[in-house]
Write a protein that binds this ligand. Sequence first.
Ligand SMILES: O=P(O)(O)OC[C@H]1O[C@H](OP(=O)(O)OP(=O)(O)O)[C@H](O)[C@@H]1O
Ligand SMILES: Nc1nc2[nH]cnc2c(=O)[nH]1
Length: 176
Amino acid sequence: MTEMPPIEVLVTEDELMARIEELADALAPSLQGDWSAVSILIGATPFTSDLMKALARRDIHPVLDVIWLESYRDARESSGRVVVRADLGRSVEGRGVLLLDDVFDTGRTLAFAKAHLLAKGARQVITCALTQKPWAPRGEDGVDFCAFDSPGRYLVGYGMDDAGKYRGLPYIGALD
Ligand SMILES: O=P(O)(O)OC[C@H]1O[C@H](OP(=O)(O)OP(=O)(O)O)[C@H](O)[C@@H]1O
Ligand SMILES: Nc1nc2[nH]cnc2c(=O)[nH]1
């Protein structure tokens, strides 16, 4: 077994769960009626799972779909190019979509995904990230909802990886 590098805990599991409940409260008024939720694989998986449960507790049941996008692969810097490894399973034509990702960094992945959904006929896209970096776009190009502002460090845990590892950590940590 290889030894784990030092990882500083930035957001604990309890803090994550409490904030996701608040986020569900904030999202609820926008998600009335028939909505889709699209989770960006792989990193958004744990966040999506917990947010979907929090929404269900509020009697909100979006149709869940995924899109598998990749731009970092095993690097800690974006390749600058977003690749679609697997596309949506269902049509979003005419639908409102809640688009979920783990981290908003250069903003490239969410901007790509939003444009992709709109090109496929989504009537509205609400973007939501678990966390955003200090340099991530704000204002018109920013995310609509974000649970945590993070420091400008390399994040792991709760879906976020380093070369595929540490996605299963139940907290958000910094590796550098
Ligand atoms: O704002 P950006 O600079 O685009 O960075 C954010 C993206 O980077 C990671 O994806 P990655 O390509 O590493 O795939 P993963 O979800 O499989 O980890 C993360 O999951 C986000 O989707
Ligand atoms: N795991 C991980 N993926 C990222 N993609 C963009 N920024 C990050 C980060 O800080 N951590």
